[in-house]
Design a protein around this ligand. Structure first.
Ligand code: SAH
Length: 239
């Protein structure tokens, strides 16, 4: 009996492990294609190459786990997908570009406004020390929190609230990302940014022309703004 168990247990472990490896590998070719598409688009737009660490993060995070059941195979296409409540998971190229613009260091404390599916937060957490993310639609925030816990993204902290006001308790931040379009740059976010820090935010009228902005705060506190490119985001609501 004991000998029989001795052979059976390693055999079960082996089958179980290979299932796990197989599941991860299923989407690896699609992820690789997504990374290629991002690099191609970057070249087409004439923008500087995306930091390889950002592309590596996007190669690690299983994007198909952040979309609705049945849409896993579409997850790696370069377009946004619906996540419920009229909201979307941003397209891979925009996630890569915004993350790249943040210039995250491994010691950074990062704030995200607009948790949505939790995908952007997962990407940020592979690059930063800690990520705080805030979502205004409670059921979306809850689903994202459960998902991030299940996938063991331990460096992400979620909350439900109006991110226009930032998340004061953990400020100041090295970098802030807003993943919904605001009519203006929220002053509380500028206040919660460290000197030397960066905010990446789409600004413009809902469903009209919006621009991705890069806001930098110099060490003397001077704030400057650079327009990056036209984008299309769901609106930042609340406040
Ligand atoms: N970063 C997300 C994309 C989410 S789309 C992802 O990776 O999936 C933008 C999100 O911003 C939506 O979920 C929307 O509900 C949320 N949002 C809009 N206004 C907000 C506000 N004032 N505070 C926090 N979240 C907000």
């Amino acid at each position: 009996m004991l000998r029989w168990l001795r052979t059976l247990i390693p055999a079960i472990a082996l089958v179980w492990m290979s299932c796990g490896i197989h599941a991860a590998d299923d989407f690896a070719p699609l992820r690789a294609k997504m990374i290629n598409d991002i690099a191609d688009l970057t070249a087409e737009t004439g923008r500087p190459a995306i930091d390889p660490r950002v592309l590596d993060a996007m190669d690690q995070v299983p994007r198909h786990q952040f979309v609705r059941p049945g849409e896993e195979r579409d997850a790696y296409e370069n377009r946004p997908l619906p996540i419920g409540y009229g909201q979307t998971i941003s397209q891979p190229y925009i996630v890569a570009l915004m993350t790249d613009l943040m210039r995250i260091k491994p010691t950074d404390v990062v704030l995200e406004v607009g948790t949505g599916s939790g995908y952007q937060a997962a990407i940020l957490s592979t690059l930063a020390r800690v990520v705080y993310t805030i979502e205004i639609i409670e059921p979306l925030g809850k689903v994202a929190q459960e998902r991030l816990q299940r996938l063991a993204y331990k460096r992400v902290n979620t909350t439900v609230g109006d991110g226009y006001y930032g998340w004061e308790a953990h400020a100041p931040y090295d970098a802030i990302i807003v993943t919904a379009a605001a009519s203006h740059v929220p002053p509380p976010l500028v206040r919660q940014l460290k000197p030397g820090g960066r905010i990446v935010i789409p600004v413009g009228a809902p469903f009209l022309t919006q621009y991705l902005l890069l806001i930098t705060k110099a060490n003397d506190g001077t704030v400057s703004t650079r327009q990056i490119l036209p984008v299309s985001f769901v609106p930042l609501v609340g406040h």
